[in-house]
Write a protein that binds this ligand. Structure first.
Ligand code: AMP
Ligand code: GLY
Length: 428
């Protein structure tokens, strides 16, 4: 069958690699794709925001399934339009994508279904928000309600910081996304993510991962889309996973069904593992980037088959199988990311890095020009390695990173540090 994959990041390159392994796949189209996906499928220059254009393309090329990588087309209602015209899609409808699209929506749902999460309040005006901040004090977390490319969250250590975050949001720092502000209790613990595959009724636990959101080593500096990840995350023990499935994911699936917006696709639960058990920090309605780059290489089942089953509403009873190996990915970013990245610099020797045992390179913000590979975005390449342990995967990934010749880029040098420290303590 023919598949259309929407997106252009490292996540989509990783999804393309996994789909390509399926015996069910005939042709893979990626819109718009990147130089990495061009090597394994056909990149097509479609305007994803033009839903009728996407539907026409699906008709012309006999697309049996559309797989949507990023959140914007989901929140924009692409799945609704596709379904209306009889095209099968992997991903939630606009109403179900509210789990990511509106933090207030998700917090109210948690309240109504007693899902463990941080205490919170929603505000549409500055004065009551300032009053609430003064009453509760720091540390406290201030969030723009809507999408803000990972930048709409301020974890404030002082009251002054919290107040200026609320002021900036109501002054329009995030446009319409900041017209409403959610203020929440600061949760202490270690973060991890659990991904579930959902078919509207059933949710199957898929895999766990730990992202590294801050730009600098030791988790310092501003937040980014993610600078590296590893999977599985051992902090999500089988007991923790069972609690997350029972206390967080299952009631969410029920709530969405009861609200007439059953959730289909990949449900990404961002968790804080607190002393009182796992609590939901946020939902995303898609695979993570760079989490997909470490989850999918470990998948031993057919991704296309699973995505079809999720889209059709008939996921199997049994959870998908994964390799016990660890995967770790390091994101290479253009200098100055997460500020305006310095693009246009040349990247050399990617092939030598890809030749390191157990290593796969996925492209994100790259472009090819005159036979040269150039940086064309913030997050540019992902170097992913498999290993028997996180330490081994980490060593391989950085050995490959060091072979890449790119003075215009940088990366964190400590991806996986928590887990490496745990492995070390366990061994000694
Ligand atoms: P979000 O975009 O909601 O995932 O938030 C971005 C980051 O802010 C999370 O990955 C956490 O590190 C942090 N964060 C969000 N909410 C809280 C909270 N209630 N307590 C502590 N940290 C939080
Ligand atoms: N890596 C975080 C995300 O995909 O939202």
């Amino acid at each position: 069958m023919n598949v259309l994959l929407i997106g252009s990041g490292g996540r989509e390159h990783a999804i393309a690699i996994a789909l390509k392994k399926s015996p069910l796949l005939k042709r893979l189209y990626i819109a718009p794709g990147n130089p990495g996906t061009a090597r394994i499928g056909n990149n097509v220059d479609l305007d994803v925001a033009d839903h009728s254009g996407v539907i026409d393309f699906c008709r012309e090329t006999a697309i049996a399934l559309v797989v949507i990588g990023p959140e914007q087309p989901l929140i924009g209602g692409l799945v609704d339009e596709l379904e209306k015209r009889g095209v099968l899609a992997f991903g939630p409808t606009r109403a179900a994508a509210q789990l990511e699209g509106s933090k207030g929506f998700t917090k109210d749902l948690c309240r109504d279904y007693r899902i463990p999460t941080a205490r919170y309040a929603r505000f549409r005006a500055l004065e009551p928000a300032m009053h609430y901040l003064r009453e509760n004090g720091a540390p406290i977390v201030v969030k723009a309600d809507g999408l803000a490319a990972g930048k709409g969250v301020v974890v404030a250590q002082t009251l002054a910081e919290a107040e200026s975050a609320a002021q900036a949001m109501f002054a329009g720092a995030f446009g319409a996304s900041g017209a409403e502000v959610v203020i929440e209790e600061y949760l202490e613990g270690e973060e991890a993510s659990l991904f579930a595959l959902c078919d509207g009724v059933r949710a199957l636990p898929f895999a766990t991962a730990q992202d590294h959101k801050r730009v600098g080593d030791g988790d310092t500096g501003p937040n980014t889309g993610g600078m590296g990840a590893y999977s599985p995350a051992s902090v999500v023990t089988p007991e923790v996973e069972a609690r997350v499935m029972n206390e967080i994911i299952a009631p969410t699936m029920r709530a969405m069904r009861e609200r007439g917006a059953p959730f289909k696709g990949a449900l990404y639960a961002g968790l804080m593992l607190t002393r009182d058990g796992p609590k939901l920090i946020e939902y995303n309605c898609r695979f993570g980037d760079p989490e997909a780059q470490v989850i999918l290489p470990r998948l031993e089942d057919d991704l296309l088959k699973l995505m079809l089953a999720a889209a059709r509403g008939d996921l199997p009873q049994d959870r998908p199988r994964f390799s016990p190996l660890t995967a770790l990915t390091v994101v290479l970013a253009a200098k100055n990311y997460p500020g305006t990245p310095m693009t246009g610099s040349e990247i050399r020797k990617v092939e030598s890095a890809a030749a390191v045992e157990g290593v796969t390179i996925t492209h994100a913000g790259t472009r090819e020009e005159g036979g040269k590979l150039l940086a064309a975005g913030g997050r540019v390449l992902n170097v992913t390695a498999l290993g028997e342990s996180v330490a081994e995967a980490q060593a391989r990934a950085y050995a490959a990173v060091d072979l890449i010749d790119w003075p215009g880029g940088f990366c964190r040098r400590d991806i996986g540090w928590r887990e490496v420290a745990r492995e070390h303590n366990y061994i000694t």
